[in-house]
Design a protein around this ligand. Structure first.
Ligand code: TXA
Ligand code: MG
Length: 312
């Protein structure tokens, strides 16, 4: 058994090839990885996270060749992958006959969400493993996503080995797109903004409506939740912690500023980490400043709304 605190890519690949779980860094958040072709390995992702079985996993690929062996790419899908991979974009595509993925990884659907992560260790690991890797965020289902290896260790009490790649540079999960003929439909706002996709593809990206025919089965209302309760679009009451954005906020131990300069990339990178920090400080209530709904603000506000939603 390799030292779970100082693993090499080769050791992580050996674990994954033998059907074990291993968490690894991506540019978005840390993933809890398993060989996506091994049903028992994928099952242990669901068990370890306490994740509902109807919620399919994103499958990570080493390159476009690996992805094309799993799914059928239309010309539009291929253009998306050529433009944005490696990068924080997951594309939902029809499964290819003979794909070899475990049914449980796709929750029995006839489509699969694929992405090629933009992180040198993730790509090395995928190449060394030689298999597609199923990897949801490495946290118990419904809780905050991890952006450091320490947060992964904390979330699973040190029971999951982690390949440590330092803090994640994007800080929120990948954007998920579905393709319907020549339409692009965003199923989850994420680290690649809709505006960026629209500019590069020279076409609109539609936002999915609640209850629409096409959806991401895992988009539960209460998700990404810290221990503390949250109030959005507001300023703090006495005694409340405060997640600020932009304008100068009071400096005290209960205040974190997502970005003093009002930079949405910096805010996305800090979001989960600062919520983890406030949780660790034991606060009960967090007031959150308004965040503009443009660019990465869409993904940040999506995560905040779910974090603040009533919990079941
Ligand atoms: O940034 C990310 O995407 C991270 C890192 C680790 O890569 N992964 C991640 O995976 O966020 P996960 O499992 O937490 O998110 C999976 C999302 C769910 O909302 C699920 O419903 C959706 O992807 N999804 C997966 N397969 C799908 C499919 N065939 N059709 C529609 N949605 C799908
Ligand atoms: Mg997640």
């Amino acid at each position: 058994m390799p030292d779970p605190f100082h693993m090499t890519v080769e050791e992580a690949a050996t674990l994954l090839r033998s059907g074990k779980l291993c968490a690894f860094p991506t540019e978005t958040v840390y993933g809890l990885g398993a060989d996506a072709t091994d049903p028992d390995a994928v099952l242990s992702i669901y068990e370890t996270k306490g994740r509902p079985r109807f919620n399919p996993l994103i499958i990570h690929c080493a390159d476009r060749d690996m992805a094309e062996r799993l799914a059928v790419f239309s010309p539009l899908a291929r253009r998306l992958a050529e433009t944005f991979w490696p990068g924080p974009l997951s594309i939902v595509l029809p499964l290819r006959t003979g794909h070899g993925l475990a049914d449980i990884a796709t929750a029995g659907l006839d489509t699969v969400a694929l992405r090629m992560p933009d992180h040198p260790l993730a790509l090395e690991l995928l190449r060394a493993t030689g298999r597609p890797l199923a990897a949801p965020s490495a946290n118990p289902s419904g809780r905050l996503s991890p952006t450091t290896a320490d947060q992964v260790r904390g979330a699973f009490a040190g029971k999951v080995p982690v390949l440590d790649g330092g803090p994640c540079k994007a800080g929120v999960e990948s954007t998920i797109l579905a393709i319907d003929g020549d339409r692009l439909i965003q199923l989850r706002a994420g680290a690649l903004s809709r505006e960026t996709i629209e500019t590069a593809m020279e076409q609109p990206v539609e936002r999915v409506e609640e209850g629409a025919a096409i959806s991401a089965p895992g988009m539960l209302l209460s998700h990404y939740a810290p221990n503390a309760r949250m109030r959005l679009d507001t300023s703090p009451l006495p005694g409340e912690a405060y997640l600020a954005f932009g304008s100068p906020a009071p400096h005290n131990s209960l205040v974190r500023n997502l970005s003093e300069s009002g930079d949405l990339h910096e805010a996305a990178r800090n979001l989960f980490s600062m919520l983890h920090e406030l949780d660790a400080a034991g606060v009960q209530l967090i007031a959150v400043a308004p965040i503009p709904e443009t660019g990465l603000g869409e993904a940040i506000n999506d995560r905040l709304r779910r974090a603040a939603a009533p919990r079941t």
